[in-house]
Design a protein around this ligand. Structure first.
Ligand code: GLA
Length: 386
């Protein structure tokens, strides 16, 4: 149910101001360095958790509701707390909250009446996981002092997004928000759900550039890609029944079976299989401080998304081409789901300012849009604020 009265928001805010110390939780956004769309194919990804995060404060209440106020949007949503199990999606931001609450209830965690106050620094629609950070911060706030295994928390939030919100996403975003490491990227193996920290050389900065566009195609194309990957697996299984996902297909095996896969799923599979290799190679290159190799892999990943996975767009291609033509830029690629959002760039520290100026002027001239820049420092994963 949508509550519009601004008086309610005022009262709500006051409640938080007068409360001595509401419990407050933080969950970061993420930027993925490399390994795109590999997560739902049980592959490898390499995100970093961001300093930009979503914060959720929680206070218990006696009104019987799960009531939530977004200070970014200045909107309130509410549901009867005891009936959260039967809530239905309303196709807006409240779905992330209701979805998480519903999954918690399904897992046996009672949702007691409470007020949630949300403030997010993660830009929406930029491919930096504003949704996952909202889900994870909400889950922590609703759990309160009850504990949950970290992997279960990430999986629960992913379930909320796929079941309630209706987006059949992989585990990367929620996992990165939960497990993020200060000072390092995390290479997640989405098959066994383990990760290892990968330190990045101080010789490059990670700079995300927000194209400020989000083409509508995004969510339908995501579903299509999931289906096409499954189609590729089904075709490969006819020749090799041991294959359960594209993760099980080596480049050599792919060469042998590729002609038996219809052409579109074949291209999608080629992206996933080569992208998994690029993630391993990128982590090794980062450890060896081989900036040229890191840059080469970034660009190869972008080309693969442009031509094989077909999830880039004019604005992202322009940002990547412009970036790699500049001095001091080791590599650039689109990041996230695609069709808009951000590029991620490996920039020499002394080139950051010049990079910013040149990209702004070129992008403004071409698209009449001013892009935004985020210098990304790997931050810790989600938790309570003291
Ligand atoms: C979105 C999804 C992730 C992942 C990326 C692409 O962010 O939520 O699970 O598939 O796209 O890498």
């Amino acid at each position: 149910m949508v509550v519009t009265a601004s008086a309610l928001s005022e009262a709500f805010l006051q409640q938080f101001q007068t409360r001595h110390a509401p419990d407050c939780f933080r969950a970061p956004g993420r930027v993925n360095l490399i390994g795109e769309h590999t997560d739902y194919n049980q592959g490898l990804v390499l995100p970093i958790a961001l300093e930009m995060a979503c914060y959720v404060a929680v206070a218990s209440a006696s009104h019987g509701k799960l009531r939530v106020y977004s200070s970014n949007l200045k909107q309130t949503r509410e549901w009867p707390a005891a009936k959260i199990g039967s809530a239905l999606p309303e196709h807006d931001w409240g779905d992330y909250v209701a979805g998480v609450a519903q999954e918690l209830a399904r897992s046996g965690y009672e949702i007691a009446p409470c007020d949630l106050y949300i403030r997010s620094e993660v830009p929406e629609g930029a491919g930096l996981s504003s949704s996952a950070s909202l889900e994870v911060a909400t889950a922590l706030a609703l759990l309160g002092h009850r504990s949950m295994d970290k992997l279960e928390l990430a999986k629960l939030c992913q379930r909320a997004e796929s079941r309630f919100v209706g987006m059949p996403c992989g585990i990367m975003d929620q996992y990165a928000s939960v497990f993020g490491k200060e000072g390092a990227a995390i290479q997640i193996d989405c098959r066994n759900l383990e990760y290892r920290a990968v330190r990045l050389p101080p010789e490059v900065r990670i700079v995300a550039v927000n194209s400020m566009v989000k083409h509508e195609l995004g969510s339908s194309a995501y579903r299509e890609r999931v289906a096409e990957c499954n189609e590729a697996v089904a075709a490969i299984r006819k020749a090799n029944s041991a294959v359960e996902s594209l993760r099980d297909v080596t480049p050599e095996c792919f060469k042998q079976v590729q002609n038996s896969i219809p052409s579109t799923p074949r291209k999608r599979a080629r992206h996933i299989i080569t992208e998994n290799e690029r993630v391993s190679k990128f982590s090794a290159a980062a450890t060896a401080v081989d900036l040229a190799e890191m840059g080469r892999l970034f660009l190869a990943s972008h080309r693969s998304m442009q031509h094989d996975y077909e999830i880039s767009c004019e604005e992202l291609d322009f940002l990547v081409e412009t970036a790699v033509s500049l001095k001091g830029i080791e590599g650039a690629r689109m990041t996230g789901g695609g069709f808009g959002g951000c590029t991620v760039n490996l920039v020499r520290p002394d080139a950051v300012e010049c990079f910013r100026k040149k990209i702004i002027s070129a992008y403004e001239e071409r698209f009449r849009i001013t892009p935004l820049f985020y210098e990304c420092t790997p931050a810790p994963g989600a938790g309570a604020l003291l």
